[in-house]
Design a protein around this ligand. Structure first.
Ligand code: UDP
Ligand code: MG
Length: 332
């Protein structure tokens, strides 16, 4: 689709949303870099730091920082809700005409935001950071990330940009639309692609983490991938139907063959070795049993999601707020 881009000014207020989970070793670096960065930012700004139930001294570091700088606001969640929800909480409470989401660990260089702002002025509503290189990450992470983005493009949305994380600038009108999507299992990038609006990349080099270690171990990555696949597409359900058809066809062919052998043996009285068919039966049982279990498992994933949604719970619970953050009106 082609968009007509209307030029606009810098946002009057810019919100930077940063989720923090056990980032005490990172925060001094972040504080220094952000303070420097804000000096050269051509707009008014606020920084919303979301404490996602950290177990270390993150919250004390944050409170300390917010005392010295009025632009620093804290949203502390009552426990660890996970990265996607922490970002959602920050987005709900942002007052800016444009917001930027970034990691606390400085893997996404704040300086890229200048470029994002220029694209915003050209009229784009979403400017996402697309990585050209990733340093300081294991080959395993790189390979899984590479495969992940390609698979998700097929499953989630054809407009899902490749090799881009949550580091992005979002305009107010797009943010309002995004904040209206209150599903429990969130894959923000996919939701952002679903919203539409003019979107464009800026290319950047993803740095290594300044300190600490990743809060996205394999288990969390798999969960995110599962959310992305199952929450966005009925394709996995269709996969189980496809699998069922294939298994049924194989079963039918084996059945025809077995009948043919029996016909040769009993009716034609041919001197063939008629084995009792133990191997065939076992193979078939495994094949059919396995595919039924796979299909039930996939069904279960969807039913679990219906269950979660039907509870109608809020996505997160705020423990306390520091700084004048607007109240988020929707309870969900
Ligand atoms: N994070 C969070 N809650 C979590 C896990 C991570 O708020 O349960 C934050 C974390 O502090 C960081 C960002 O989300 O600012 C991304 O996490 P991380 O850098 O560990 O992920 P990676 O860049 O390794 O994929
Ligand atoms: Mg990171």
């Amino acid at each position: 689709m082609k968009y007509y881009l209307e030029k606009r000014n810098y946002p009057k207020l810019m919100s930077i949303v940063i989720p923090c989970y056990n980032e005490e070793s990172v925060l001094p670096h972040l504080r220094e870099r952000i303070t420097l960065f804000l000096k050269s930012l051509p707009t008014k700004s606020e920084v919303i730091l979301v404490n996602d139930g950290s177990h270390d001294n993150t919250i004390f570091e944050l409170v300390d920082w917010s005392k010295e700088d009025k632009r620093i606001k804290i949203l502390s969640l009552s426990r660890n809700f996970g990265h996607q929800i922490a970002v959602t909480a920050g987005m709900d409470h942002a007052a800016g005409d444009a917001i930027v989401i970034m990691d606390a660990d400085l893997q996404d260089p704040p300086e890229v935001i200048f470029e994002m702002l220029e694209k915003y002025r050209e009229g784009y509503d979403v400017v996402y950071g697309q990585r050209i290189t990733r340093s300081g990450e294991s080959w395993f992470k790189k390979v899984t990330a590479w495969a992940f983005y390609r698979l998700m493009k097929i499953l989630v949305h054809k407009d899902l940009p490749l090799d881009s994380g949550d580091f992005r600038l979002i305009s107010r009108r797009c943010l309002d639309a995004l904040n209206g999507l209150r599903e429990n299992h969130r894959f923000l990038r996919g939701m952002n692609a679903w919203i539409g609006f003019p979107q464009t990349p800026v290319f950047y080099k993803r740095d290594a983490r300044v300190a600490g270690e990743t809060k996205y171990p394999l288990q969390k990555m798999l969960k995110l991938a599962m959310n992305a696949a199952v929450s966005f597409s009925p394709l996995p359900l269709r996969f189980s139907l496809g699998l069922g058809i294939v298994v049924a066809l194989v079963g039918f062919a084996v059945g025809v063959y077995a009948l043919f052998r029996a016909f040769q043996h009993f009716i034609l009285q041919m001197p063939i070795v008629y084995n009792p068919g133990w191997a065939t039966i076992v193979t078939l049982i495994c094949l059919i049993g396995g595919s039924i279990l796979i299909s039930i498992g996939i069904l279960g994933e969807y039913i679990a999601r219906i269950f979660e949604e039907s509870k109608n719970r809020p996505l997160y619970v705020v423990e306390f707020v520091k700084g004048d953050l607007p109240k988020f009106k929707k309870s969900r």
